[in-house]
Design a protein. Structure first.
Lengths: 822, 152
């Protein structure tokens, strides 16, 4: 009988898997077992009859609440505080357990769709995302999530770890069955397998429903178009919906395509600058904008990306960094940094040191110490003595008898100099990490020692040494391969070399990872040039024999795979299956993309080009390259959704599904758990007024007003109706007003900021302008219809001030525009 | 976004089943991504009697990315950075060991646990950790002093 099987099953699994696992996994296991346990242990005086009854209750009535979300995950995590089931299971009878059950039950009920008395599986709530589960994803560790979370991890975060226990699993199974453990699936239970994602599907329908998520679905809620790739989607939303996607978000944000947000240009600017967090609504994003590089005025997805950019493209002052306790102090470039050194720090002005590029000190004392030590030639004996005197007194008593080991390296060296002990050994590097100038100094010393037989510390030695016309291009210390170049001839070149020497980390960064990556990124035609440069640079060392070529490909693949040999095997397997016609060129490329997990198409481009040369059959070679170009043109340099471009062929079938899916992944917007809904409704009530500009979710009456008014006023253009519909779709009027007000600048700036977006067909450009020029006017005229003249100029002043808060600045200009159009 | 729903759920759970010694709530009603947390110093620890406030910031990608926890009250503790940030070093909060299944309440419990017993192997302030290991009396003295000074 059914109850029997249910209560029997989980026990063995429970023993097999760990406690936490058991709980996590067992939406159903928990259901059956929990009832069972309670009947047995928890409910004192249990008898078989009551056991049965309890169980039945669990499954039917309360089971929904308990089993949904709350109980499932909680149990797994052994939060004695957060799980009523757990409490019941582990601690037998906790006094507050019943109360918890009631309360959590209520929460769960709130989250649910209309309750169905049969208690079917779709009411279970995913532990990770707290949304109802459509399909279950089960991992070898027998942990379960909803298929969306699982796919998110695997396709977007590119990790095959279990979200519960971080166990890596090559495959997970997507299924409707939440009672069957991973091991119980036999190959015959699997209807389809997706190797690149590592997903096995119990049914074809599940696979279709899963892959539909990975297509380039238009985020517009009522649009079921699936595009071919990012550029296509950008074009689509711009042409069809007159809206844009945030370029940075589409590149970096780990959400499915349809979960991205559509903006108007002004909204986009707001999104970039301040984020589009809408406090108080259920769909608040918490996003605070894309940070901007103060030098380049270029925005980056997040702080990490900005940091990487600054590290690569700009220079830090090591002295300021130290003084500010590690907070980085950036300068635009070397010139700016040099200027800063000149003005704010103590630079050694000796010609030699100037050439070394930045022998610079935080204090005058340090500089003097350096001068006395390194450049005693230029000073008279008296001056030298004076300098030392100053230094000595400044260093104070601690250093007068100390010899070498002082807290300040320079002090120590000074002392030894003063004693003029020619036999004194090299000053030991001061404790702790050396400053860069010190590192440079030590290196110079090492070089001198190697080159001169004269002990470097000897005073006489320094005097008699030839003045060193070209300061030691140096058989550099082994650790500094950058020095290996020919002796510098021209000043700039030498300077560059010196820079590297004096500032190894920065120098290395500057030269070895040129900012081409950053520069290239926005260009729409980027992949092509990159490939070209790669091609043109390679011939220098093109290997001639096939064996060499082969080696090169394998080497590159290994590098890209970070030396992961199992992945390398997969790589080879893919190639051989392509070779034996088991795999199409297109599949091969997509498989590669997932396998290599590269962010930049250029890496893959080089690999594929090299690889293509290995194929003996001309056709294979051609097909591979063709497929690559096709793939590239669809994806350009956006991170593609794995498996998506092929899925796009199924566009027709998926339409209705997409819409359903959109509502599924957005369901939380409506659901409203208890503490929250109050807040929200509250905010929305207020939202009509002062919260105007943050009330992005309010698709409410004013929108209609704008639409109507806009139509009436707008010049007769084809643009008017799309515009109206756009207004309706995106909602918030106030921001629209703001939007329109800032439009003049927006149009220019946005095209500059988003070079990667293909240029809009010119016919659209004037249209929105006209309309938007009108739009604010119509808002005013609609809202205080009484006094509004057709020109709208009079009503502008009288408009509700809170609507205008952000638009005030542009108003004057706008008015002019309106007039000129009218 | 999935984040809000999950956070809301966790908040509801937390208010139904509070953790002893920990109180937490939204810093402002309309932002679920920022929580105010108050830890009371556990009895028998040098922090006993102190009240420590923390900020819990949840990333927009929660639960796929870990939250961050910062002490706004100054505290002398091996696992809390002794600077204006007051970052708490919790193993689970590192992005490479974070699990999406981990809940805020667990994070808070761990934070409370660290007050009871610092984890010297995971220390962010190594000097304080050394002192805690090698010279517990002096550590306790300073910690008590700081508690009296900053956390009352």
């Amino acid at each position: 009988m059914a109850d029997q099987t249910i209560s029997d099953n989980p026990e063995p699994r429970g023993e097999r898997v760990e406690r936490g696992t058991r709980g996590d996994r067992g939406g159903r296991g928990g259901r059956g077992r929990a009832g069972n346990r309670r009947g047995r242990g928890g409910n004192e005086g249990a008898n078989p009859g009551s056991e049965q009854r309890t169980e039945r209750n669990n499954r039917g009535g309360r089971g929904r609440g308990g089993r949904g979300g709350q109980s499932r995950g909680d149990r797994g995590n052994h939060q004695p505080t957060s799980s009523h089931m757990d409490t019941t299971n582990n601690t037998t009878d906790t006094p507050d357990a019943p109360a918890e059950q009631v309360s959590t039950g209520i929460v769960a009920n709130d989250e649910k769709e209309p309750p169905s008395p049969t208690g079917t599986d779709n009411e279970e709530i995913c532990f990770i995302c707290a949304n109802p589960i459509q399909y279950h994803s089960i991992a070898p560790c027998n942990h379960m999530t909803c298929h969306i979370c699982s796919l998110r991890m695997r396709a977007l975060y590119k990790t095959k770890q279990c979200p519960h226990c971080r166990t890596n699993s090559d495959y997970v199974i997507f299924t409707t069955n939440d009672t069957k453990s991973f091991e119980e699936y036999s190959p015959s239970d699997i209807a389809a397998t997706d190797e690149t994602l590592g997903i096995k599907y119990e049914g074809k329908q599940i696979r279709a429903d899963t892959l539909v998520l990975l297509r380039y679905n238009c985020p517009e809620p009522n649009c079921d178009v699936a595009c071919l790739g990012w550029p296509d989607l950008h074009r689509h939303v711009r042409n069809t919906h007159k809206l844009v996607l945030c370029d940075l978000c589409t590149r970096f944000k780990k959400v499915f395509t349809h979960e991205h947000t559509l903006f108007t240009y002004p909204e986009l600017r707001k999104h970039e600058r301040y984020g589009d967090d809408v406090p108080g609504t259920e769909d608040q994003s918490g996003f605070k904008g894309h940070p901007e590089c103060g030098f380049c005025h270029k925005r980056f997805y997040g702080d990490d990306e900005l940091y990487n950019h600054c590290k690569e493209a700009h220079e830090r002052c090591f002295i300021c960094d130290r003084e500010s306790g590690g907070r980085p102090n950036y300068f635009l470039n070397w010139e700016a940094l040099e200027e800063h050194f000149k003005q704010d720090h103590y630079r050694c002005t000796d010609a030699e040191c100037l050439e070394k590029k930045f022998i610079v000190f935080a204090s005058e004392m340090d500089l003097k110490a350096h001068v006395v030590e390194e450049h005693p030639q230029g000073l008279s004996k008296g001056a030298l003595k004076d300098m030392r005197k100053v230094d000595m007194s400044a260093f104070g008593n601690t250093h007068t008898h100390g010899g070498g080991s002082t807290s300040r390296g320079r002090g120590g060296r000074m002392q030894r100099d003063y004693r003029r002990d020619p036999q004194a050994p090299e000053p030991p590097p001061p404790d702790g990490p050396m400053r860069r100038d010190e590192i440079a100094y030590h290196r110079t010393l090492a070089v001198q020692t190697a080159q001169n037989t004269v002990p470097p510390r000897m005073f006489g030695g320094q005097l008699t040494r030839p003045p060193q016309p070209i300061p030691a291009p140096a058989p550099a210390p082994a650790a500094r391969p950058t020095q290996a170049g020919p002796p510098p001839v021209s000043q700039p070149v030498r300077a560059a070399a010196r820079q590297e020497e004096a500032f190894p980390p920065l120098g290395a960064l500057n030269t070895s990872s040129p900012p081409t990556q950053a520069l290239n990124r926005p260009a729409p035609t980027r992949s092509a040039p990159v490939t070209q440069t790669a091609q043109s640079s390679v011939p220098a060392n093109v290997p001639t024999s096939t064996a060499q070529k082969h080696e090169q490909v394998v080497g590159r693949a290994t590098r890209l795979l970070n030396g992961d040999s199992s992945k390398l095997e997969t790589f080879k397997k893919y190639i051989s299956s392509y070779n034996s016609e088991k795999m199409s060129a297109r599949d091969l490329i997509e498989a590669f993309w997932v396998l290599f997990n590269v962010q930049v198409a250029a890496d893959l481009a080089t690999l594929l080009r090299e690889l293509s040369e290995l194929f003996e059959k001309e056709e294979k070679r051609r097909k591979l390259l063709e497929a690559w170009h096709e793939w590239k043109s669809v994806n350009e340099d956006y991170p593609p959704m794995p498996g998506s471009s092929s899925g796009a062929t199924a566009a027709g079938a998926g339409g209705a599904r997409v819409l359903k899916l959109k509502s599924a992944t957005n369901r939380n917007l409506r659901a409203g758990a208890s503490p929250w809904s109050a807040v929200t409704s509250n905010t929305i009530e207020r939202g009509g007024g002062s919260l105007a500009d943050i009330n992005g979710g309010g698709r409410i009456v004013p929108g209609a007003a704008v639409t109507v008014a806009g139509k009436g006023k707008a010049p007769v253009t084809s643009g008017s109706s799309p515009w109206a519909s756009a207004v309706r779709n995106t909602g918030s009027v106030p921001s629209r007003g703001v939007a329109a007000a800032g439009r003049g600048r927006a149009a220019v700036a946005s095209s500059a900021e988003f070079p990667s977006l293909p240029k809009a067909p010119p016919k659209y450009a004037p249209v929105p302008r006209k309309n938007e020029g009108k739009a604010p006017a119509s808002v005013w005229s609609a809202s205080n219809a009484a006094g509004a003249g057709p020109s709208g100029s009079g009503s502008g002043e009288g408009g509700p001030s809170d609507l205008m808060i952000m638009g005030v600045k542009g108003k004057g200009k706008k008015k002019q525009q309106i007039i000129s159009w009218g | 976004m999935a984040a809000v729903k999950r956070i809301t759920k966790e908040l509801a759970e937390f208010s139904n089943n509070p953790v002893p010694g920990v109180s937490a709530g939204l810093a402002s009603e309309d932002n679920v991504f920022k929580w105010n947390v108050i830890l009371t110093g556990p009895q028998g620890s040098p922090y006993s009697g102190g009240v420590f406030t923390l900020n819990l910031i949840l990333p927009t990608e929660y639960p796929f990315k870990p939250p961050t926890l910062n002490f706004t009250t100054k505290i002398y503790h091996p696992n809390v950075s002794n600077d204006d940030k007051g970052s708490m070093c919790l193993g689970v909060l590192r992005s490479d060991s974070w699990k999406p299944s981990c809940k805020i309440v667990q994070v808070l419990e761990m934070a409370a646990g660290l007050l009871k017993e610092p984890n010297v192997d995971d220390a962010v302030e190594t000097s304080i950790a050394d002192e805690y290991k090698n010279n517990p009396e002096s550590f306790e003295k300073t910690a008590r002093e700081w508690t009296r000074k900053y956390a009352k």
